[in-house]
Design a protein around this ligand. Structure first.
Ligand code: ADP
Ligand code: MG
Length: 333
C-alpha cells in the first residue's frame, strides 16, 4: 500500500489512504461532473445579446454579479469584461447618494431553471437555438424581465475522449452528471461517448443520484469533479476524486484522491495501479503464510536450522515481500 501511494504521488496522484486503493480496485461505475472536469472549464463567451440594454451594459452587469462566484462561467464573464475594459463600476444603476446611502437595483443571473422559478419569461426560441449549438446559455434579468443573454462554450480535450474510451474498455461504466440543461448536456455526452448523462441537477440532486441510483445499481461509486458545485457529491461517493488540485482549494479537502493536474488520463492508471496493488497484497499474504507454514511443519522432523529460519523464513521472506511490492513503481500512467 505504501509502495502504491508513494508511486502514485510521484505520478501526480495523491491518495489519502490505503482504503481508497482497495475501494477503487473493485469499482464498476465512475460519475463525472461536466464543467471543468469532462470539459476544460476554460469557457469562451460566444454571444452577448442585450434586450433594450446595450451589450456592453449587459456584460458589465453580468460581471458585477459574477464577481461573487467561483464558477467557471463566472470567471469567463468577469475576464471578458476586464478584457473589454467595461468593468463593475460602470453599472450606472448603482448610484451612491452622498450623505444618504446607495440605491441598488435587483439583477438576476442564472440559467433557465432559475428564471422559471422566479416566474420571469425569457425568449425560449433564442435560448434553444444557442443550446442546440452545444452552448450553455446564461440569462440576465432585472426584477421584472430578461434584459440580456450570454452564451458560453467549453472545449472538450482530446485526453477526455481517450480516457473515457479507455475506462470503458476496462469494463467501467461512465456517467456524466451536470447542472447544465438537457440539450447542452446531450450534445456534450454524445461528443465524448460517455455511457449515460443526467442533466439539470442541483448539487443536492447530484448527491441523491449517487446514493439512490448509482450506489444501488453498482455497489460502490467513484465521483470525479472539480469541487465547484459538486463538493457534496465528492464527499458522498465511496471514492471522491478531485481534479486540478493545483490552484483550487475546495476540491482536495473533500476528496479522497486528488489529481494534481486537470488530466483524466490518470484515471485508467489509477485503476491499473489499484488492481495490481491488491494482487501484490494477495500474493504477499499467500507467500508469507505458505513459507511460514512449511517452515513450522518442517521444524518438527528437524529439517530447519536456526540459520535457515532467519535467512529464509524471516529476513528472506520480508525482502521478497518488499521487492514484490516495489514492482508497483514500474506501473506508469
Ligand atoms: P456542472 O455540473 O456542469 O459543473 P454546475 O452545477 O456547476 O454545472 O452549474 C449548473 C448550471 O447552473 C450551469 O450550467 C449554469 O447554467 C448555472 N450556473 C451555475 N453557477 C452559475 C453562475 N455563477 N452564473 C451563471 N450561471 C450559473
Ligand atoms: Mg462543476
Amino acid at each position: 500500500m505504501v509502495s502504491a501511494i508513494t508511486s502514485a504521488a510521484r505520478n501526480g496522484v495523491l491518495i489519502k489512504g490505503s482504503t481508497y486503493i482497495e475501494e477503487i480496485s473493485s469499482i464498476r461505475v465512475f460519475a463525472f461532473d461536466k464543467t471543468g472536469t469532462l470539459t476544460e472549464g476554460k469557457l469562451k463567451i460566444t454571444d452577448i445579446l442585450g434586450i433594450k440594454y446595450s451589450n456592453k451594459d449587459i456584460l458589465s452587469i453580468a460581471a458585477f454579479l459574477e464577481s461573487l462566484s467561483e464558477h467557471p462561467i463566472a470567471k469567463a464573464i468577469v475576464e471578458e469584461a476586464k478584457k473589454k475594459g467595461n468593468v463593475l463600476k460602470h453599472v450606472e444603476d448603482f448610484k451612491a447618494t452622498p450623505g444618504k446611502g446607495i440605491i441598488g437595483k435587483i439583477y438576476y443571473i442564472g440559467n433557465e431553471r432559475m428564471f422559471r422559478e422566479l416566474s420571469i419569461n425569457y425568449p425560449i426560441e433564442i435560448v434553444k437555438k444557442l443550446q442546440d449549438e452545444g452552448k450553455t446559455v446564461i440569462l440576465i434579468g432585472n426584477g421584472k424581465k430578461v434584459i440580456g443573454i450570454i452564451a458560453v462554450m467549453d472545449k472538450i480535450g482530446d485526453a477526455t475522449i481517450k480516457s473515457i474510451n479507455k475506462l470503458k474498455s476496462m469494463g467501467i461504466r461512465t456517467e456524466m452528471i451536470t447542472g447544465d440543461n438537457n440539450i447542452t448536456a446531450r450534445a456534450i455526452a454524445k461528443k465524448i461517448g460517455i455511457d449515460e448523462y443526467h442533466a439539470n441537477l442541483l448539487p443536492d440532486d447530484k448527491v441523491k443520484l449517487i446514493e439512490e441510483h448509482l450506489a444501488k445499481k453498482y455497489g460502490s461509486v467513484a465521483m470525479v469533479g472539480d469541487g465547484v458545485n459538486d463538493a457534496p457529491a465528492l464527499a458522498k461517493a465511496n471514492v471522491g476524486i478531485a481534479m486540478g488540485a493545483i490552484g483550487s482549494d475546495i476540491a482536495p479537502k473533500t476528496a479522497d484522491i486528488a489529481l494534481m493536474q486537470d488530466d483524466l488520463s490518470k484515471l485508467p492508471y489509477l485503476i491499473e495501479l489499484s488492481k495490481k496493488t491488491m494482487n501484490v497484497v494477495r500474493q504477499n499474504i499467500i507467500i508469507s503464510i505458505l513459507v511460514k507454514g512449511i517452515f513450522a511443519i518442517l521444524t518438527f522432523p528437524g529439517f530447519i536450522t536456526l540459520w535457515l529460519a532467519v535467512a529464509i523464513g524471516d529476513m528472506g521472506l520480508s525482502l521478497v515481500v518488499i521487492l514484490n511490492a516495489m514492482r508497483l513503481s514500474l506501473i506508469k500512467p
